[in-house]
Design a protein around this ligand. Structure first.
Ligand code: SF4
Ligand code: SF4
Length: 383
C-alpha cells in the first residue's frame, strides 16, 4: 500500500488511543514497574515512562531520569510482546473432582482486541519470526493465533541505540519496515513535542484520520530517516549473519565453547527474555486435597537438563553442549528451519545474562577462529 505520513501532537495521540478504546481495544504500552520499563496495560500517554530511559550494558539494567519530556527515549522494554502473545504460563486443562465425578474443562483460546503502543523494530521482526514458527510451520498454536489475530501495532522507530543493540547488523531495525499499523517517530524540539506518523495498514490510516492527524511536512520524513540512520550508525555491536552457518560448523569443537560454558549458570535468563525463543513444556499440578488438577503449558529453555531428554536420558549433558545448541540455533539453524533469523539483535540476552555473556562477542571470537580454517563450500568470509 502507498504510505501516508501525518503529524500528531501528543494530544492527538491520546485521541487516537481513545478512538481505539471506543472500537473495543484495550491499550498496552511501556510503563515503569519495579524500576524497569515493561509492557503493561495503559490508559493514556500519562502512563508512559516520560523523562526516563534505561542504561544497558552486559549484566546491567538501570532505569534513569533524563532531562527531556520524551515518552519513548528508552531502547526497548524489558520484556517483549512474546510475553503477551505466547505467555510464560498457559492453562490448557482443568479437572475438577466432585463427589467422585471428574469434570474436564478444556481452556479455549479467545481472541482479544489489544493495541500496543511503542513496539520497536526489532520486536516487530521478532513477531514476524514467531508468526512463522507458531502459525506457519506445521501445527498452528491456537492460543498464539487468538492472541495475535486482532492486535493493532503502533511501532516507534528507535532514534537512539543502546550499547547492547545490534539490530542494524541483522537487518531488524532500528527503523520499522513492515508489520505495523502505524509507525511513529517521536519529535522533541525546544518548543514542541509530537510525532511523525506513518500509516502501515488501512486500519492505521483510518485511525489516524479519526484522530486529528494532519499531513506531515516533507522535511519531517527525511529527518526521521536521518535519525534512524544515526541510531544504526551508533551501534557498536554486530553479528555477521550470512556467515553464521559456516562459522559455527567450522568451530564446533573450538575451545571457546568450553571457556564460555564455565561462566554459564544454565539459568535460562537468555531464553526467557529472547523475543523469539518459543519452546514450551507441559506440567501437571494437583491440589493438596486432590480435588483439582491442571495441565499447564510453561516456557521451557534449552539450557535445562531435561530439555533434551529422549528415551531415558538427556543428550545435552554439559553447559557447553547446551550453550552451543542455543547460539547455533539462534544464529544459524533457525535460518535452515524457518527461513528467518532467530536473533533480531535486541541485546536482551546480553543485558540479562548474570554472567555478562555476550552473543556478539562469542560469535566474534568464533568468526575470527573460522577465518583461519578453510570451510567446505567456500570460506567463511566469502573470499
Ligand atoms: S538472541 Fe539475544 S539479541 Fe538475539 S533476539 Fe534473542 S535476546 Fe535478542
Ligand atoms: S548464557 Fe547467561 S543467561 Fe543464558 S543460561 Fe548461561 S548464564 Fe544464564
Amino acid at each position: 500500500m502507498r504510505r501516508s505520513f501525518y503529524r500528531l501532537d501528543c494530544s492527538d495521540l491520546d485521541t487516537l488511543l481513545e478512538q481505539l478504546k471506543k472500537r473495543g481495544y484495550s491499550i498496552f504500552g511501556p510503563r515503569i514497574l519495579g524500576n524497569a520499563i515493561q509492557w503493561k496495560p495503559i490508559d493514556s500517554l500519562a502512563d508512559l515512562p516520560k523523562g526516563h530511559s534505561v542504561q544497558l550494558a552486559p549484566a546491567q539494567y538501570r532505569l534513569q531520569a533524563t532531562q527531556d519530556e520524551g515518552l519513548f527515549q528508552y531502547p526497548g522494554a524489558l520484556n517483549s510482546l512474546k510475553s503477551i502473545f505466547h505467555p510464560p504460563r498457559q492453562t490448557i486443562t482443568t479437572i475438577q473432582k466432585t463427589n467422585g465425578d471428574l469434570d474436564f474443562h478444556q481452556e479455549k483460546p479467545e481472541a482479544a482486541k489489544r493495541a500496543f503502543l511503542g513496539v520497536s523494530a526489532c520486536d516487530l521482526t521478532a513477531l514476524a519470526a514467531l508468526d512463522k514458527v507458531l502459525l506457519g510451520s506445521g501445527e498452528v498454536d491456537e492460543f498464539y493465533r487468538a492472541n495475535r489475530a486482532d492486535a493493532f501495532l503502533i511501532a516507534v522507530h528507535c532514534t537512539q541505540s543502546a550499547p547492547t543493540c545490534f539490530c542494524a547488523s541483522v537487518a531488524a531495525g532500528p527503523r520499522a519496515r513492515t508489520g505495523y499499523d502505524i509507525a511513529l517517530t517521536e519529535r522533541i524540539t525546544d518548543d514542541s513535542h509530537g510525532f511523525l506518523a506513518e500509516a502501515g495498514s488501512s486500519l492505521g490510516t483510518e485511525m489516524l484520520e479519526e484522530s486529528n492527524a494532519r499531513p506531515a511536512p516533507p522535511e519531517w520524513i527525511r529527518q526521521s530517516t536521518d535519525a534512524t540512520h544515526r541510531a544504526a550508525a551508533a551501534q557498536t555491536r554486530a553479528v555477521n549473519l550470512p556467515i553464521a552457518r559456516p562459522v559455527i560448523e567450522s568451530t564446533f569443537e573450538h575451545p571457546r565453547w568450553e571457556d564460555t560454558a564455565r561462566r554459564c549458570l544454565s539459568c535460562g535468563n537468555c531464553t526467557s527474555v529472547c523475543p523469539t525463543c518459543f519452546c514450551v513444556n507441559y506440567e501437571e499440578h494437583s491440589s493438596l486435597d486432590l480435588t483439582q488438577a491442571q495441565r499447564i503449558r510453561v516456557w521451557d529453555s534449552c539450557f535445562t537438563h531435561s530439555f533434551s531428554y529422549i528415551h531415558g536420558g538427556s543428550i545435552r549433558l554439559t553447559p557447553k553442549s547446551r550453550y552451543r545448541q542455543w547460539l547455533s540455533h539462534k544464529l544459524a539453524r533457525w535460518q535452515d528451519q524457518f527461513g528467518v533469523t532467530g536473533c533480531v539483535g535486541c541485546g536482551r540476552c546480553i543485558v540479562w545474562c548474570p554472567a555478562g555473556i555476550d552473543i556478539t562477542e562469542e560469535f566474534g571470537v568464533l568468526e575470527q577462529a573460522a577465518a583461519a580454517v578453510p570451510v567446505a563450500g567456500g570460506t567463511p568470509h566469502g573470499h
